[in-house]
Design a protein around this ligand. Sequence first.
Ligand SMILES: [Ca+2]
Length: 195
Amino acid sequence: MHFHLGLCDRSIFDTKYSWTWDKTGLYYIFRGYQDTMLLYNESLAEWRLEIYGRTDVYARVNSTRRTYPFGTLTWEVHGDEACQEGVKMLQLNVHGCNQTEYNCDDGSCVAINLRCDGKIDCPDKTDEVHCNLFEEDASYIKESAPLEEDFSTMNTENLESKKVDVDVEIDVLSFLEISEVDGFTSIQLNLRLTW
Ligand SMILES: [Ca+2]
């Protein structure tokens, strides 16, 4: 299984884990494919990410043990020097979702197409938060179709081919006036340009 920790790519902590039972046979522990172990420390009442042979490198989060440390929690990360210096409190999201799933803040997984679909699917409702599907850039002019995004790096020849395709829809609502004598027609219509 994969854990997505939210640490930098160079982090010393593993992202691939297998699971097994702990000594009590009641709880899982998770063994990284290389050097990391995710396990519960009973005396310290915390979940810990530990590196074999490195007491100076670990991450910890307080826990009552009743729940696994999945979802978004604030971890105290020590000695992950490739990502940050010293001790850092970091919001990490530990989950085992695959690429076709959205990971809820509580660590559970739902199908990615349920994200921002207007219905609550995550137990903690987080699939329906921050659903701003489009953030308008301050320079965006809605009346003017933009050029291709990478236009700035292009040769300025053949400008016409660098413009985005615009779909045009016209709904004729009514003919207000038709004057054959004056050669004049007045039409009420809806014009929709999309790109
Ligand atoms: Ca949803």
